[in-house]
Design a binder for this molecule. Structure first.
Ligand code: FAD
Length: 422
């Protein structure tokens, strides 16, 4: 698979903008349709150029970057200059107007060299910025996209609340109209990049039920918006509680009004593809380090790779990585107008999260104490992969969605009214 290759063999130095001028046609490489498992020439060129950029600019400080919780704005600005932010955002909005598959290639190639920098590709292409670019008004986009795409600002997503995790539609944060404003009250937890973000996409309740849910954009510094002290995840990433106490948000900051929840979830599937791509790429990063280690480290007078007990571990890891990668590519390539289907996203994310973590975890084992040490990025990859099994749709919630597809019916997770009344 291309993501595993160190050198792809294309010629040509890094251009100002890494995206090839000729766009690839998704139909040329649709997995399942034509069974063409190779990349197009343009995709190979993109992969090669992104890898060269990463090797030249990001490799040296990869370890330090992984252990720094702050968002690397310097990397974001360097990536912006290379055209690696807004890959799927239309050119008219300042993006590159390219495909979701190109964005997946970019995140894979960056992660293969500097795992932490893949978060910048996520923030600039797959995260809330993608939902924002899809549904924002021209005025909203003109106001915030230049800084986001320039790597000068990052956006954080506030969906989860203390009492609304997997049951996201239980959210209680309200937005009530008041003249030309909405008054927002409530709180959010676990938001990625919240310690560094300037702009927050906040899911709110304009009214009762799922149809009452929409979203607003809130800027850091808005009166009534308080950002709590950072807490740490196991991965070292930080998140802050977000508190809204009679926070007045101008009506022009409404991104999606009542009834916007389904659209937001369509945009959120892109975020899930980014999580899936990173989980898989981090698993592959750890796998590559473990493979190199097993090829050279000697115990009992032989290289580790000569022990069958380890050979089979590597074979199992390769099966996990390659199978999940095909599911990821299917979801990305089949994405309609850049928005992947819920089923293909769910099955890809579940496979990439579970397999990425399993491979990173096994890679730690293969590398012994060195793998468990912070001197290598293998343990970092394992810790990060663990989080994606929970974040952005846990593996269990994804499996619920997959089961609905299998049985072609909806399984309501909520207690039935009759049961509740007993
Ligand atoms: C690294 C990381 C980054 C995150 N970033 C963000 C962010 O940027 N913005 C944001 O809003 N949130 C973010 N989150 C929060 C994330 O979205 C929630 O953690 C997730 O939705 C699960 O909610 P919960 O943690 O409250 O678990 P709960 O919903 O309490 O679930 C606990 C366990 O029960 C399982 N479970 C729940 N319901 C069911 C069911 N019906 N069937 C089967 N199993 C079920 C879950 O899968 C989980 O294993 C992040 C979380 C992590 C770990």
């Amino acid at each position: 698979m291309v993501g595993d290759r160190q050198e792809i063999g294309c010629q040509g130095g890094v251009t100002h903008n890494l995206l090839p001028r000729t766009r690839c046609h998704a139909s040329e490489a649709k997995i399942g349709d034509v069974m063409n498992f190779d990349f197009t020439d343009e995709q190979k060129l993109l992969a090669d150029q992104v890898r060269r950029f990463a090797a030249g600019k990001l490799e040296k400080d990869a370890l330090a970057r992984a252990h720094n919780a702050r968002f690397p704005f310097d990397v974001a600005q360097a990536m912006s200059r290379q055209g690696l932010l807004g890959i799927t955002i239309p050119e008219v909005d300042g993006g590159q107007g390219s495909s979701l598959m190109d964005a997946v290639i970019a995140i894979e190639q960056i992660a293969a060299v500097c795992p932490r920098s893949a978060d910048v590709v996520q923030a600039g292409n797959f995260g809330p910025i993608r939902t924002f670019a899809e549904y924002g008004t021209p005025q909203q986009k003109a106001r915030w996209l230049p800084d986001l795409l320039g790597g000068r600002a990052v956006m954080s997503l506030g969906m989860s609340e203390p009492d609304a995790g997997s049951a996201a539609t239980d959210l209680k944060t309200t937005a009530k109209p008041d003249g030309g404003h909405f008054v927002v009250n409530g709180s959010k937890v676990f938001s990625t990049f919240s310690a560094d973000a300037q702009i927050f996409l906040i899911y709110v309740r304009f009214g009762p039920g799922v149809d009452g849910i929409g979203s607003v954009i809130v800027e850091r510094g808005t009166s009534g918006f308080r950002i709590g002290r950072p807490s740490s995840f196991m991965s070292g990433e930080e998140w802050c509680e977000l508190h809204f106490d009679d926070c007045r948000v101008p009506a022009e900051n409404v991104l999606l009004g009542p009834g916007g929840f389904k659209k937001q979830m369509a945009g959120f599937n892109v975020e899930r593809i980014g999580n899936a791509a990173r989980a898989l790429a981090f698993g592959r990063y750890a796998f590559n380090r473990a493979r190199d280690y097993a090829a050279t480290r000697e115990q009992f007078g032989r290289p580790l790779c000569e022990f069958q007990g380890l050979q089979w571990k590597f074979a199992d890891m390769a099966i996990k990585l390659d199978s999940a990668q095909l599911l990821l590519y299917r979801a990305a390539i089949n994405a309609d107008r850049g928005l992947p289907s819920a089923y293909e996203t769910s099955i890809a994310k579940a496979a990439c999260n579970v397999n990425g973590f399993a491979v990173a975890n096994e890679s730690v084992q293969v590398m012994g104490a060195l793998g468990y040490s912070r001197e290598s990025l293998v343990e970092y990859c394992m810790r990060r992969c663990r989080g994606w099994m929970i974040a952005g749709g846990s593996v269990e919630i994804l499996k619920n969605r997959i089961a609905e597809h299998i049985f072609d019916r909806r399984f309501d997770q909520r207690r039935r009214h009759a049961d509740a009344a007993e």
